[in-house]
Design a protein around this ligand. Structure first.
Ligand SMILES: NC(=O)c1ccc[n+]([C@@H]2O[C@H](COP(=O)([O-])OP(=O)(O)OC[C@H]3O[C@@H](n4cnc5c(N)ncnc54)[C@H](OP(=O)(O)O)[C@@H]3O)[C@@H](O)[C@H]2O)c1
Length: 244
């Protein structure tokens, strides 16, 4: 049985689209008939990703730089359909080692970027399109070193639900992931990466490690299903169900 591509004729912007979950979402969006516009900080990595996917455009800037974010959205000449936001990384440290300036930046970065993108979306995203923001399931349970990400994990779904009312009929949704096997995870874990993969294969209810393609599949579903808004969708292979 053949089917129509889910995103035929649509335009997907991926803020953080040159690696990991963002790149995989862009790849899948292309396969579903969308044009993609990719952003990221490293211009060379961005160029390589854009070339591989045949992206309709790229822009190199730090998504937490609000001036640069404004400039990016203002120069978009055509309406867009979806914005997937994967830029960013977690900040965690035990209380005694927490850098307060770094913590202050991290507390503000993701929510402020969400609000800024939502403001732009109101004028640029077609009705029925969605913003999709990344969050996590790992800090739902309190743990030493998680003060910043626990706060963000709790707050981001509430912010997304509020924004979903504010910019309707544009939709706003969140994906909460557990461990995903990406370049970010490789950087964070270093030589512990293989041991972590092994542990997850042994312990996760799904018996395998979650990859960026699992998250990308969910992102495309959220984009194409226009009934979904204000919601947070978990994709963690059951990681949050495990005793710590
Ligand atoms: N991997 C996981 O296990 C996991 C779990 C839960 C949530 N998440 C969240 O999901 C998101 C994506 O994770 P990932 O594992 O796919 O990361 P990744 O492999 O590091 O890829 C991140 C992408 O975003 C870009 N990026 C990062 N910071 C940026 C910034 N400030 N401005 C613009 N672009 C930026 C990167 O390119 P440049 O570096 O060149 O800018 C890259 O294209 C992150 O927010 C992460 O915290 C990840």
């Amino acid at each position: 049985m053949t089917r129509e591509p889910e995103l035929a004729g649509q335009v997907v912007v991926v803020v953080g689209g040159s690696a990991g979950i963002g790149l995989e979402t862009a790849r899948r969006a292309r396969a579903e008939g969308a044009d993609v516009i990719l952003t990221g900080r490293d211009p060379e990595r961005l160029r390589a990703a854009a070339e591989e996917l045949g992206a309709a455009g790229t822009a190199s800037f730090d998504a937490h730089d609000l001036g640069a974010l404004d400039a990016f959205f203002e120069q978009l000449s055509e309406p867009i359909d979806h914005v997937m936001v994967t830029a960013g990384r977690p900040y965690y440290a035990p209380l005694a080692e927490l850098d307060l300036d770094e913590a202050r930046r991290a507390f503000a970065a993701a929510p402020t970027t969400m609000v800024a993108i939502a403001r732009h979306a109101a004028g640029k995203v077609r009705p029925g399109g969605t913003l999709v923001f990344m969050s996590g399931t790992g800090a739902r349970r309190p743990g030493v070193g998680l003060s910043v990400i626990a706060t963000l994990t709790a707050g981001i779904p509430a912010l997304a639900a509020t924004l979903a009312l504010e910019i309707a009929p544009v939709r706003v949704n969140v994906i909460a992931a557990g461990f995903v096997d990406t370049p970010l995870s490789a950087t964070l874990l270093g030589d512990q990466l293989d041991a972590r993969r092994e542990e997850l294969r042994a312990r996760l209810p799904i018996g395998r490690v979650v990859g960026p393609e699992d998250v990308a599949a969910l992102a495309i579903q959220i984009m194409s299903n226009t009934a979904l808004t204000g919601a947070t969708f978990d994709v963690d292979g059951g990681q949050q169900l495990l005793p710590s």
